[in-house]
Write a protein that binds this ligand. Structure first.
Ligand SMILES: [Mg+2]
Length: 150
């Protein structure tokens, strides 16, 4: 029997604007070594342009299961909870059931990983195709959706 294709979508700087908030926090709290360790940091990230709509479109693809695959922040234990809250707030409760937090993304079996990093959290050993979000080939969500013929 043919199995569904599996698509993993990263959170920071793919679904939500980590870098924008990080830079704002560095300015505001220059003495903090890890600005992302602040309470509410992960909960309050803004969605990236087109991300919410793109996630919905990908999730509606035939014979496809879309999961959110994010590495937790080792500098902020609240990140485990706040990522979960972010997903519910922006993608809806159903998406909560698709949230995976793993420090090593290569442990997950799937066909595609949409991620802004090509290494560091197991991306380099991911067995499927890495769609490098933010690269020349996939600069934004429009280009990713086009790749999936959406
Ligand atoms: Mg990321």
């Amino acid at each position: 029997m043919k199995r569904n294709q599996i698509v993993f979508v990263d959170m920071d700087d793919v679904l939500c604007d980590f870098m924008g908030s990080y830079k704002a926090h560095v300015k505001r709290y220059p003495e903090m070594k890890y600005p992302q360790a602040q309470i509410d940091f992960f909960r309050n990230l803004e969605p990236l342009k087109g991300a919410v709509e793109a996630f919905r479109k990908l999730s509606e693809l035939k014979d496809t299961e879309v999961y959110i695959l994010s590495a937790p922040s080792e500098h902020n234990p609240l990140s485990y909870m706040e990522k979960r809250i972010w997903v519910e707030n922006h993608l809806g409760f159903e998406a909560v059931k698709k949230l995976i937090l793993s420090p090593n993304k290569a442990l997950l079996k799937g066909d595609y990983l949409i991620d802004d990093y090509t290494e560091g959290k197991g991306q380099e050993n991911f067995e499927g195709k890495l769609i490098n979000f933010g690269s020349d080939e996939f600069p934004d969500w429009d280009s990713v959706l086009k790749y999936f013929s959406l």
